[in-house]
Ligand binder design. Structure first.
Ligand code: ADP
Length: 174
């Protein structure tokens, strides 16, 4: 089988036609600002209706919904930790977001997955450390689940974030 393609892309995640995009949701799963708001707007009102039956989601966990009006087939909603200085288990919880999202994709046979930079907006997680966790967790997941994923895409909203990921990608994967 072919090796997983890991891609770094500057884009709006709501435009991607992949099996699943990951949403940096809040624990209510009922929508919010940032990427969460953009996903709810693009997916349409059925998403909120569906999410309201899910009973929320704990930090670090993940739940799946259809993509509704999105080009993506499914949305994996995960709740990142709010950065509180680093002594409240934030790093492990962020790692859990990536790990549990990838596990859910695997369980549902979704082979192309796009991630935003979870927790790095309103939740204020330091960007470099968050990027390192995103990339190392993915690398670790792929070492124990080789050959399943076709594409894992890290979607960055700004050019600065893209450059940060490019630098760390070289360090971690090459
Ligand atoms: P959190 O509450 O987890 O911090 P935010 O949505 O505030 O989530 O920010 C997470 C990241 O998502 C930030 O880097 C932000 O720039 C980025 N972002 C915001 N909108 C989009 C979008 N439409 N597509 C991709 N990334 C986005």
């Amino acid at each position: 089988m072919k090796k997983t393609s890991i891609e770094l892309l500057q884009a709006d995640i709501t435009t991607l036609a992949v099996d699943a995009i990951v949403n940096a949701a809040n624990s209510t799963l009922l929508g919010g600002g940032g990427v969460d708001g953009a996903i709810h707007r693009a997916s349409g009102p059925k998403l909120r209706e569906f999410c309201s039956s899910l009973g929320g989601c704990s930090t670090g966990e993940a739940k799946i919904t259809p993509g509704f009006n999105l080009p993506a087939k499914f949305i994996i909603h995960t709740v990142g930790p709010v950065w509180q200085g680093g002594r409240n288990n934030e790093r492990t919880l962020l790692r859990n977001c990536y790990w549990n999202s990838l596990s859910l994709a695997l369980k549902h046979n979704l082979r192309s997955v796009a991630f935003p930079a979870i927790s790095t907006g309103a939740y204020r997680f330091p960007k470099e450390e968050a990027a390192r966790i995103a990339l190392t967790t993915t690398k670790d997941f792929l070492t124990v689940n080789a050959d399943f994923f076709q594409r894992i895409i890290f979607v960055l909203f700004s050019q600065e974030d893209l450059q940060l990921y490019q630098r760390l990608f070289r360090e971690i994967f090459e």
